[in-house]
Write a protein of this length. Sequence first.
Lengths: 383, 374
Amino acid sequence: MIACWAWNTLYFPLVPLTWSLRAAGHEVVVATQPGTADAVRRSGLPVAVVGEEFDAGALMGGFLRRLAEEEGADPVEWREMRRFGPRNCWLGVAAARAMTGGLLEFARAWRPDVIVYEASTYAGPIVADLLGVPAVRHTYGIDFAGLFRDFEADALAGLCAEFGLGEAKSLDAPSIDPCPPSVQIDSQAARFPMRYVPYNGPGVLPGWLTEPRRRKRVCVSWGMSSGRFDPKLVMTGKVVRAIAGLDVDVVAAVSAADREKLGELPPNVRVVSGLPFHALFGQCDLVVSQGGLGTVMTAVAAGLPHLVLPQISDTMLNARMLKAAGSADLLLPSEWTDDTLAGTAAQMLADPAYPEAAARLRDEMHALPTPNEMAGSLAAIAG
Amino acid sequence: MRVLFVSWAWPSHLFPMVPMAWGLRLAGHEVALGCPPALVPVATRTGLPVVSLGEDVDLAPRMNALMTGGKPRRDRRTPLDMFVPVAEAMADDLLEFARGWRPDVIVHDPTTYAAPAVAAALGIPSARHLWGIDFSYPLRMFEEMAFGALYERLGAEVVISGRTPTLDPCPPGLQVDVEYEPLRMAYRPYNGTGVYERGLLTRSDVPRVCVTWGTSSGKFGAAGEIPARIFDAAASLGLDVVFATSGAEKLGPEHPSSWRTVVMQPLNLVLPGCDLMIHPGGSGSAMTAVLAGLPQVCLPLIPDQETNAAQLCAAGAGLRVAAADATAESVEEALSTLLDDPGFAAAARDLREQSRALPDPGAAGQELLALVGG
């Protein structure tokens, strides 16, 4: 049983291992809240709808606005987030409150042999401990949630007590980790690095994608999550207009809902919706994005240099890690002018050091065990 | 490597290739599914990248004519004629896409004849991926006559089935005799995607029969009076019924309240709680039942279902009832025979174990890549 709370981009990194387990002949089911059921169905996997919905986007948006009032527009560096202690786990705890009862009820009937849980889906380890089955944690790439694992037991003490659980031992479960070790955070806990195979949702490949490129191509995207936190965070239009001033073709990858908000665009901009990044990134020379987990890891898988424009602490972590590896650069919100955006992009397109570093990172990723191989090791990892 | 999977427009022809496509993707290869526009919504729900190829051709009228026993058309030249317009409608667009996407190999449904033709025209390898029993192989003698014009137009020599590699997910004990050496693999049911029907997890001691018309036979309606006769037979035997439907028809209020209808629920989620299955004999349903270790009754409506039924009977894992003159009594007799004789379920489980002992679809795909990639 794969457990994930209702956030599509947290679910997507779980798809490869889940399909590998299924293709290896195991029975699998993805247990999630109602809001993600369609995303699971579109990935070709069976879904069990458990628990109640909660509006994570609005909760997160409110949190970010309050944080910005206290700390300013530039994101808090991830190291500094530790001063918030167990409060760092608040969203995962809220999700667990909405989900644990339903997950337990379904799991009692379905009787999983092992529960694989998304790193912040705390209902997973709690239910595993209540049923007495092993649990395996699954990261989504660069392990932001892993920075706060030592706070989790405190943050979940109340919920565990409600279910008669003294402590959730499976919070310390080993992690399957689809992230190249050189850009992963340090951790004492057991990790099993796995090759990241991008899954960005299904999509239909357009004909132009296989036509020869006449100029360098830059993808600009703000991912799928920021707009759900707060529509004001989505800066695609501004960034696209700045980058389109260069001698490049720009692909603006936006959700269907954000399409209208782009404003007037120059002729060298193509707007796409619902095109999986893994199909697009192989045909690009640079991606400029907010630095969300799916965009970041898919760019690494494609060996694509990345200009990251982080607004929150987890994308800040992603940006810092990639910059240290040499495949990315970053600009903070206070630095975003048309000149700095276009200038930094132009400099990255001209400097071969970025694609070389990105290729090294990609090769490191491609040398890791595949999801098929990891599926074969799951029993050993679960213990 | 880059692997393009191609199917014409029925889900039952695409679904058997999905586990291998995912298996290769998760081993690190690039894959895409190519299919006519009508299948694109179903294909995207596999989670894999999809490319729309050519134009739609509606085969339902031809299939309906087949099922109602209509006389063959006077201008009919070969049993493969119906697949000629399907291949013609796809070939040019497939050629253009493959030129740009540059697959290392094209894997195709055995009746998607545009695929080997385009692969031959481009000088790249192709492989047939069976949906189960190799129904179309005995028809290979007609391929040159049916598709000669297409190959000539593309400037390629005709590729005859069996001369390219064949990927075979059928349990060996269920397969027809062939003269080629297949790349065998375990059958992993993919019957589309759905939300778990929670009620199916609980059941009583009453034997439960799954009644289904699959995704293909469902297109032609549930074949007149046959479902009513099946339900009468099940009621007479006091069975619990799960009716797995693609949505065209539902159980009416006259049926026992313990009976359930599940709409578009993947069979591999429905069958684990069942004891036997009854259906026309389509491959996806038949193979999924075998993999669940269940005996089955087939009421074949079209030729490939006849072949499936014959092979299941020969393997001792099922019974055939002639659809044309099925009565509640003949269906009841078949169902009770399967329930009373544990040999049928044992034979189904034996086929299942044969299948499980074979390589995973992804591993078989790797074998293919090694074979064609040198």
